[in-house]
Design a protein around this ligand. Structure first.
Ligand SMILES: [Mn+2]
Length: 321
């Protein structure tokens, strides 16, 4: 937590113009938080532009405001307050980083324990299940009425980051906030079918490939799956459709740590970690990545075999402790 909270409330109330930015490879929390904050500030008369350095996954495009999110900025005015959401470090802003890091006031709102505190004002609450949970309280405090569409965006933010209220980051507060959101008449069944259950055929083609690549290490405590960009392209899946495949590694009985290697090319490998009890944010941190205790990731600029050797060496070390 941070002492900047009151100052951030002041800025949100007092300033008139905002750029809101969320991270690359946008997930439900980053998109939901961005749209809720954007629509909320607009509803109290603020001038708002919303940004994300990547395309919004199709399954979130129904959310109110999604069609107004921009991907680049040519005319960044450093006098406008930048509010950066759900991004543990500025690198997560990709091509937008340089423009927005020059803003005079940078408000950093996040719940990742690994957050780098790169804002001029920082509100980091690792106890919040999602950035959306933090936004819920901020919007209430600055006098925004949470209408149906804002509630829907916040519900998507919270339900995705808690894996439909299944992960250990789900707290009594999470449920209290969600209960308030549901009062707007949201339809949890329809939303979860749309966002969690229904997947494009390309996802299942990828899943089939991932499962056939399964390897088991360390007395069945570590499960590893590998996918290549080539396989992804052949399946027709977009990169956001990979989301969720990594969970299949952890869900194997007896497995403590699940790892998905996603081979980008001959010199870059993306790695996803999932665990049942061990802290994978520490593991990812040792490999210059980050994330949460049960879900984290990193990126190695090596060929697949080298990257795999390094990652497994760290993983073995961690499980021995
Ligand atoms: Mn998040």
């Amino acid at each position: 937590m941070t002492a900047d909270r009151d100052k951030i409330i002041e800025v949100l109330k007092g300033e008139d113009r905002f750029y809101l930015i969320s991270h690359m490879q946008p997930d439900g929390d980053s998109i939901g938080s961005l749209l809720a904050m954007g629509e909320g500030l607009k509803s109290i008369g603020k001038e708002v532009r919303m940004f994300t350095p990547g395309l919004i996954p199709r399954k979130y495009s129904f959310l109110n405001g999604a069609d107004r999110v921009e991907n680049d900025i040519a005319d960044c005015d450093p006098q406008v307050t930048a509010v950066i959401l759900d991004s543990s470090d500025a690198e997560r802003l990709g091509i937008l980083k340089e423009s927005f890091m020059e803003c005079r006031t940078i408000v950093n709102i996040d719940h990742h324990v690994t957050n780098q505190w790169y804002g001029t004002l920082n509100l980091i609450d690792p106890n919040a299940s999602a950035t959306g949970e933090i936004i819920y309280y901020l919007l209430n405090e600055i006098g925004v009425y949470l209408d149906y569409s804002i509630a829907e965006s916040l519900y998507i933010a919270i339900s995705t980051d808690t894996g439909s209220f299944k992960y250990d980051n789900t707290t009594p507060t999470t449920h209290r906030v969600t209960a308030e959101l549901l009062k707007q008449g949201l339809s949890p069944g329809t939303l979860s079918q749309r966002v969690f259950d229904e997947r494009p055929m390309s996802f299942y083609i990828m899943l089939k490939e991932a499962i056939s690549s399964l390897e088991i290490y360390e007395n069945r405590k570590i499960a590893v799956m590998t996918l290549s960009r080539d396989i992804r392209q052949r399946s027709g899946a977009s990169s956001d459709e990979l989301e969720g495949i990594v969970n299949y590694t952890r869900n194997i009985e007896g497995v403590e740590l699940g790892i998905l290697f996603y081979v980008e090319n001959g010199s870059e490998v993306k790695v996803g970690f999932r665990s049942k009890t061990v802290d994978v944010s520490t593991l990812a941190g040792r490999l210059n990545g980050g994330g949460h205790a049960r879900a984290a990731g990193c990126r190695l600029y090596e060929d697949y075999q080298t990257a795999k050797r390094k990652v497994l060496a760290e993983a073995f070390k961690m499980l021995e402790q």
